[in-house]
Design a protein around this ligand. Structure first.
Ligand code: CA
Length: 183
């Protein structure tokens, strides 16, 4: 399979005049394995006002999402597993660009699978501590991880990807989030 740079259709027009910024994202995946991608550029005005959507920092374009002392959880990717992929997802790939503004940030990038019919049921929860992964403060760093999903994940379950501030109080930013099949 050929490894293709991933340029989502939604931002194709905005990329036309911004080839440098688009090609500098360094976000790649086998196109057929991409489950979702968001650069957060097309949301303003289309969704209810959300304190996580910000123009304070951005890896691409003008927008990213953030958590801080006042924003416990970022905007979340939320979809029913069976809608995400008709085939079972054994491994989920996650790539995102993160920027932290203080040393030792405890903000987490979370992948979670829940049962919408039973919120108490723990299906899957793993996270990446962003402060451990970034190269330094105020530097955009690409975060990549593969999550092995358990066989207990059912098509009716809900897949969620979001940032949780954990113990972080200074802002933490996330942009260009790519969710892919990594089987
Ligand atoms: Ca962006």
């Amino acid at each position: 399979m050929r490894l293709l740079p991933f340029y989502p259709l939604l931002i194709a027009s905005s990329c036309a005049g911004l080839l440098v910024s688009c090609s500098s994202r360094g976000t790649t995946a086998n196109a057929e394995n991409v489950l979702s991608y968001n650069d957060f550029e097309s949301l303003e005005g289309w969704i209810p006002s959300n304190p996580s959507l910000t123009t304070a920092k951005a890896h691409s374009g003008r927008h990213s999402i953030m958590v801080d002392n006042n924003v416990e959880y970022s905007m979340s990717y939320t979809s029913i597993v069976g809608k995400v992929s008709p085939m079972r997802i054994k491994k989920l790939g996650l790539s995102a660009w993160a920027l932290v503004t203080d040393q030792g940030s405890e903000a987490q990038l979370v992948v979670e699978v829940k049962n919408p019919a039973d919120s108490e049921q723990k299906i899957f929860w793993e996270s990446i501590t962003l402060g451990n992964e970034v190269k330094g403060i105020n530097q955009w760093t690409q975060i990549r991880k593969t999550f092995v999903l358990p066989e207990s994940v059912e098509p009716t379950h809900e897949l969620r990807v979001y940032m949780w501030r954990g113990g972080a109080t200074p802002p933490v930013f996330l942009d260009d989030v790519l969710i892919s099949r990594a089987d």
